[in-house]
Design a protein around this ligand. Structure first.
Ligand code: FES
Length: 177
């Protein structure tokens, strides 16, 4: 595999934003997660080439940055839609009906967890606890721009509204007429 050259691969804007993080963190290595977020914000996901270029820029081992990227589920190592729907599958949400909500999402978006709608707009992912168990069931919607919105105490009606809103903004397959 061709090793990506930092200055050829990362944009001037990405480099400028990452360099601003160097002023906040004690070492280049410590800025790794923020740097990954910056690259993802600009590209939608972090390809192998982007990861290699970033590792060179941060002066860290590619394998080290790869494990950091893999550990954080909010860093994508393959292309995702413009919106990513995270359906919590941990105990409290499961007890409060998350399986039914997930089935509803699968039917409406016509995807299985881990897949993206045919038009490439919405990705459905399962996730462990989102930290809002007392307001289960919970779904989080992330965008490529790096914003995240929690949807708590979801019902089938509320989820229907959420899917309609997402499809209005982003598109995404639907079995609705
Ligand atoms: S179990 Fe779903 S938010 Fe904690």
């Amino acid at each position: 595999m061709k090793i990506a050259n930092t200055s050829e691969f990362l944009s001037a804007e990405e480099i400028a934003e990452i360099e601003r993080e160097f002023e906040i963190y004690p070492t280049r290595r410590a800025a790794g997660l923020e740097a990954l977020r910056i690259v993802q914000k600009h590209r939608g996901w972090v390809s192998d080439e982007a990861l290699q270029a970033l590792a060179a820029f941060l002066q860290v081992d590619t394998a080290e940055l790869e494990s950091l990227a893999t550990y954080y589920q909010l860093i994508f190592r393959r292309p995702v839609g413009k919106a990513v729907v995270y359906c919590c599958n941990s105990a409290s949400c499961w007890l409060m009906g998350s399986r039914d909500l997930q089935r509803q999402l699968q039917t409406r978006l016509q995807v299985r967890p881990g897949q993206t709608t045919d038009d490439g707009k919405i990705t459905l992912l399962e996730t462990p606890c989102l930290g809002d168990c007392d307001q289960a069931p919970v779904i989080m919607v992330g965008t490529a721009g790096g914003t995240y919105e929690m949807h708590r105490r979801l019902t089938t009606e509320k989820l229907e509204e959420l899917v309609n809103d997402l499809q209005k903004v982003y598109g995404g397959s639907s079995d609705e007429p």
